[in-house]
Design a protein around this ligand. Structure first.
Ligand SMILES: Nc1nc2c(c(=O)[nH]1)N[C@H]1C(S)=C(S)[C@@H](COP(=O)(O)O)O[C@H]1N2
Ligand SMILES: [Mo]
Length: 225
């Protein structure tokens, strides 16, 4: 199997992220509702389970910016592009065109994607992994799946999607350096300003500690239950 540049295959699919989020867990695991905002409109709540958009299954590999990859996941859900056509397009005032989205998660994590990237056929709002309901580890109850983009664009515990007229900017200063507006895996867009080839070596040493921290937090959460 051939991997994208700089990636190393793992045999497991770890719970992962930025460590401040390791101890934050989702609630409302049975709900498939998200809040949606479009310009010049009130936020609306959409129940994904009630949409006409067909359910699909997509096979994909997962690539974290820190250089680990996990192969052969089957995600289940609806295509973002179908959701966009069914729910969003009719709510846009005439002449208005969307540039990008801000995705917001229950744990406070946020990320952005360009509209053209999020409307790609491979992008899902997913509620299943390998034929099972999404686990807490991998983003319950809903997660964005964008397999052509690094893991950090694949937001877990999705609670709100904002549609913006301008390319959204949510990270400034040092944090902006970690966040590429597109983060395409084939282009090795790991971050801004510094080449992906260099970032490989800065990120790789963080993997072990991060996996451990997320694992410990998950075990503590399960113990309290
Ligand atoms: N809500 C939320 N989504 C998130 C993160 C997070 O910390 N919180 N981390 C991101 C990063 S950096 C990665 S690599 C993937 C990890 O997904 P996994 O835990 O299913 O392996 O989730 C992404 N989405
Ligand atoms: Mo990541």
């Amino acid at each position: 199997m051939s991997l994208p540049p700089g990636q190393i295959l793992r045999s497991d699919f770890p719970r992962f992220g930025l460590t401040p989020y390791a101890r934050r867990f989702p609630s409302g695991l049975d709900s498939r509702s998200i809040l949606v905002t479009v310009p010049h409109n009130e936020a609306i709540s959409i129940d994904i389970a009630k949409l006409l958009s067909p359910r699909v299954r997509v096979h994909a590999d997962f690539h974290c910016v820190t250089t680990w990859s996990y192969a052969g996941i089957e995600w289940g859900g609806i295509r973002f592009v179908d959701f966009y056509r069914e729910v969003i397009q009719s709510k846009l005032p005439k002449g208005v065109s969307i540039a990008g989205v801000v995705l917001c998660a229950q744990d406070g994590y946020r990320t952005t994607l360009l509209l053209e990237d999020v409307l790609d056929d491979s992008v899902l709002i997913a509620d299943e992994i390998d034929g099972q309901a999404l686990s807490i580890e991998h983003g319950a109850p809903l997660r964005l799946v964008a397999p052509r983009h690094y893991g950090y664009k694949n937001l877990k515990h999705l609670k709100r999607i904002e549609f913006h007229l301008e390319t959204p900017v949510i990270k400034r200063g040092f944090k902006a350096f970690l966040d590429h507006p597109r983060a395409r895996v084939v282009e090795e867009e790991r971050g801004r300003w510094v080449a992906g080839k260099i970032l490989r070596y800065l990120y790789r040493p963080l993997i072990k500690r991060t996996v451990r921290e997320f694992e410990v937090s998950m075990n503590e959460y399960n113990k309290d239950d």
